[in-house]
Design a protein around this ligand. Structure first.
Ligand SMILES: Cc1cc2nc3c(=O)[nH]c(=O)nc-3n(C[C@H](O)[C@H](O)[C@H](O)COP(=O)(O)OP(=O)(O)OC[C@H]3O[C@@H](n4cnc5c(N)ncnc54)[C@H](O)[C@@H]3O)c2cc1C
Length: 297
């Protein structure tokens, strides 16, 4: 396979290939062994070339790596990293971003253009593609509220444009979790607002986040989904598990809904800790906690 890839992409300056790349360098939780082929398309056309070279099951699409926990064996699939597909443009109240653009960067650009609606996302460290995959949300806002449409390609190279209602966005879910599509672009519909108020809102939310969440420790964000109005952090704390640790994977002392990588924990350690939490919370409150980040092998 290696030879085929090299032959196919050798003379294409829009496709970079790294060999045996450690994935922990590309994940916010700082776990993950090597992947033999780590491919970085620099344009959407190059992404299309890569996708049409492999079968869907041979690839893994990596955004900012802030919602995945990769095991120490790494990923045996070809990893396609979207980080260099990061163009952002604004036309009137619409902001369009390529799928590898950082959500934080997009909300900053919107704010600087006095466009309101993306303030909730100003601290979510994902890419546009990952945010769409998860219908990312915070502080009462979510991608679903502001998205107009998104563009995708499939592994046959076909371009597909879907309006909001076909994106099947619901709590931490979207069409991307059910169909073999790769997001290439998204357009958000915002409203004209006051630069001062938008910046004040972003400042307020940033301060809230830093006060309540373990922002300076590696994590994958909230470890569990909210369940019928129950906050996992409160349940975990009530179950007496705040600070509980397994081999460096630790329930954050600052916010029990987060598991942090305190000391070179591996995905296996996180899984053990997750199972311990799920068992204790179920025994005490009869509530089944479901993980929000994906464990990737
Ligand atoms: C400190 C911290 C705070 C966080 N706070 C929040 C929060 O407030 N709210 C919230 O919702 N989340 C939060 N998260 C989680 C995370 O940032 C979001 O889920 C984010 O949307 C994930 O985007 P990503 O690019 O990092 O995705 P990745 O982790 O790279 O990938 C996640 C999934 O999306 C898929 N994917 C990525 N890009 C594409 C694409 N272009 N096409 C198809 N599939 C794709 C991947 O294959 C993978 O299955 C937080 C995480 C951290 C570390």
């Amino acid at each position: 396979m290696k030879k085929t890839i090299i032959k196919k992409f050798k003379n294409n300056s829009d496709i970079e290939i790294k060999y045996n790349q450690m994935l922990k360098e590309y994940t916010s939780f700082k776990t993950g062994g090597p992947t033999e082929f780590f491919i970085i398309p620099k344009t959407i056309n190059a992404l299309k070339k890569v996708l049409t070279t492999f079968k869907q099951e041979e690839t893994f699409i990596l955004g900012s790596g802030s919602n995945i926990i990769v095991n120490k064996q790494g990923i045996s699939r070809v990893v396609v990293y979207t980080g260099e597909l990061n163009k952002i443009s604004i036309t009137n109240n619409l902001i369009t971003a390529e799928s590898g653009a950082s959500l934080i960067e997009v909300s900053k650009k919107a704010a600087n253009a006095s466009l309101t609606g993306l303030e909730f996302a100003s601290g979510i460290p994902g890419s546009i593609g990952g945010a769409l995959y998860m219908n990312a949300g915070a502080y009462g806002g979510e991608i679903k509220d502001i998205i107009k449409e998104a563009e995708f390609i499939d592994h046959s190279g076909q371009k597909i444009l879907l309006p909001k209602k076909e994106l099947k966005l619901s709590y931490r879910d979207s069409i991307l979790q059910h169909k073999n599509l790769v997001a290439t672009k998204a357009t958000f519909s915002l409203a004209k607002g006051s630069l001062k108020e938008i910046k004040a809102k972003i400042k307020e939310l940033t301060e809230k986040r830093w006060a309540k969440q373990p922002m300076d420790s590696p994590s994958a964000g909230s470890m569990f989904k909210r369940k019928a109005g129950h906050y996992p952090g409160a349940l975990i704390e009530k179950a007496g598990l705040k600070g509980y640790e397994i081999n460096g994977a630790k329930v954050s002392e600052k916010h029990a809904g987060f598991i942090i990588n305190q000391n070179q924990a591996q995905a296996e350690d996180v899984k053990k800790l997750v199972r311990k939490i799920q068992t204790e919370v179920y025994d005490k409150f009869s509530i089944k906690l479901e993980t929000e980040p994906k464990f990737i092998e």
